[in-house]
Design a protein around this ligand. Structure first.
Ligand SMILES: [Zn+2]
Length: 225
């Protein structure tokens, strides 16, 4: 894509959000970030200020396949992601899913299903939900791609990955995931909130390929760069 087309595509995303936001200012709703009047969850100024990744940096080649991200993991997206994880904020998960849907184009190649990165069951019990699943559900509705939450499972308890080195993460994650054989021959997209080292997504992809999945890609809200 030439630079003018890239610019036009980024501009179209911001304009789309702006129009949706402007539509219902009269309804007296407030922007989630600045608390100004806004029909949509985020006002135009806050939308424009989000740490959008330039179009050319959204796709990154990983060993298993392409990884798409909409944002750089910076304020306020990092704060929204933390809120989605720890503050029982299902609405924030949906907002992140909507932002993904409006900023990333639906993949051109066929995708059979979206698979949220599973959390250890103990953490799901504690939080009451898996934020990746909520984000994937919103994205799946927007892209009209079915969601499969039972196709990839996490074995037992896993230590927190936050703050761990890449080597330690890999050791922790080795053999942590198991995929259903019915995924053989399918093309799937993993969905998660944030990609740091990419080790979790790689471990998921490894389990999926072991089950015979034909193609694996990933979509994340934000990437640490
Ligand atoms: Zn705002």
């Amino acid at each position: 894509m030439n630079p003018s087309k890239l610019w036009a595509s980024s501009l179209a995303v911001v304009s789309n959000l702006y129009e949706r936001t402007i539509k219902g200012l009269s309804r007296g709703l407030r922007c989630r970030l600045c608390l100004g009047l806004s029909e949509e969850t985020l006002c135009p100024a806050c939308c424009a200020d989000l740490p959008w990744l330039p179009a050319m940096q959204r796709m990154r080649h990983r060993p298993y396949g392409p990884e798409l991200a909409a944002f750089s993991y910076e304020f306020p997206i990092n704060a929204l992601i933390v809120s989605a994880k720890y503050h029982r904020a299902i609405g924030t998960c949906r907002l992140l899913g909507e932002l993904l849907a409006v900023s990333l184009a639906r993949p051109a190649e066929p995708v059979d299903c979206l698979i949220p990165v599973p959390m250890p069951w103990g953490r799901v019990l504690k939080r009451g939900y898996n934020q990746a699943e909520e984000i994937a559900a919103t994205l799946g509705r927007a892209w009209d791609i079915p969601l499969r939450v039972d196709a990839l499972k996490r074995r037992g308890w896993q230590p927190q990955q936050q703050g761990a080195s890449r080597r330690v993460r890999r050791a922790n994650l080795k053999a942590a995931f198991i995929a259903q054989a019915e995924l053989a021959g399918r093309a799937v997209l993993l969905v998660d909130d944030v990609a740091t080292t990419g080790a979790t997504l790689e471990a998921c992809a490894e389990a999926l390929y072991k089950a015979g999945t034909s193609r694996v890609g990933a979509v994340v809200v934000a990437r640490t760069t």
